[in-house]
Design a binder for this molecule. Sequence first.
Ligand code: NAD
Length: 520
Amino acid sequence: MASFPRTGEIVAEVKAILERLGVSPDCLSGPDAARTPLTGEVVAHVGAQWGAFGLSPADLGPDPVEAAIGRAHAAFLHWRSVPAPRRGELVRLLGEELRAAKADLAALVTLEAGKIASEGAGEVQEMIDICDFATGLSRQLHGLTIATERPDHRMMETWHPMGVVGVISAFNFPVAVWSWNAALALVCGNAVVWKPSEKTPLTALAVDAIFARAAARFGDAPAGIATLVLGGREAGEALVDDPRVGVVSATGSTAMGRAVAPRIARRFGRAILELGGNNAAIVCPSADLDLTLRAVAFAAMGTAGQRCTSLRRLFVHESVYDALMPRLHRAYGSVPVGDPREAGTLVGPLIDEDAYTAMQSALEDARAAGGIVTGGARLGAEDALDAYYVRPALVEMPLQADCVAAETFAPILYVMRYAALDEAIALQNAVPQGLASSIFTTDLREAERFLSSTGSDCGIANVNIGPSGAEIGGAFGGEKETGGGREAGSDSWKAYMRRATNTINYGSRLPLAQGVTFEV
Ligand code: NAD
């Protein structure tokens, strides 16, 4: 069994990593406490200082968000004229710096967000992958050439940067979300202002220092091209409301999205919303149960259930329910919970007490709705008083009650039986969120039905893998209350650019479209 860290042992580790990553001591003093979920203790302080590439707190003055946006906008006016493949070079260098810093940044993700070591490393790898992707993309920001009805004319589309891209991110992917947005936004010719979660300022400062090294090697990147502003909701609101911020990419809860979306719409800004999920999997009669068990265990318990794509609802066909459930119970009872730095640990801590309270309250609601709850108890409280480690909870539900239809950001898996695939698909889709989904089957008809227009209504639909753990090559995001945004691969870059349709007349006549005549 994994052990639990002791209060007092993390502070020095954090300090040493921040030093190695080159975070300026100027950024590490101030009134705001940075905590580790491993023990709950304060490990550093940050404040009204702003980690800001090429800018000092003094440059940013008394209204730092306003100043950061102003500097970013000035940087954009220069950056938009730099050829895109040259902009790609900055992102390539960022990828190199991230490779060099991978071990330390991953360890800091573990200490600040509580991810187990391999998931911390995986998050930094994702940053490297998107840098590689965006570097190649910098030579592929293509528009179309379109057939025109007019003689001696040519019609085409061109893509131009939007301006300043504001990135608001959540605690659970404290560094990768910035990179998905920033790597694309930068090669597309935008400047970036980042407001990370107030729960993870240290990893953000570390990324800012890493970016500064890439920019220094690049040579002539304008100051303010990628700026970090630390702060809470108000700092996010300032980004949301500023008309110079052409795109706001906001990742977090649906409640946050509900607050920011109308404000962005009011000024006709563009929003990329990546909000809450309530992800499901369907286990069919023909499923490979060994594979299903492994996939379900990772998707539901990995990251202590704190991924937007975590598996939260499992619909199991009645013919395999009794074969799967005892094995799932054994996995839940034995999964090693504890210090995420230890090699054998698979489940680290919840982010804070609020997360624990929300989990317990959801379990109470599940019991009241007839659910049979196994697990969910707090562990290690005697070793780490302010930390919240829990045994993941498996809840067998008679029906999809209200508590099942809500996202609780904790390791709770609700399991329900079904008899017909149509019924399971309907139940899967009968929640407000629409992020990620899976089917476990070896029946081609069932798999294709699930992926068809009458199947899953989510932005991510998988066959024989769990709903979590996307690769950057595909577009990432979900429908309904998940917000509709897409980030990372495929053609997600288009969200960071504006499209212009151009018609060029290379003749001497002026034929009008649709045969209209207008002679003067
Ligand atoms: P949160 O909504 O509490 O905070 C997210 C960010 O939004 C923070 O930076 C916060 O300061 C900011 N914020 C909050 N209210 C704001 C407002 N009114 N205006 C401007 N900014 C505001 O979310 P969290 O607890 O950090 O993260 C967990 C949530 O994020 C879960 O719901 C999870 O599903 C979701 N999430 C979604 C994705 C995705 O890609 N769909 C990825 C990661 C996390």
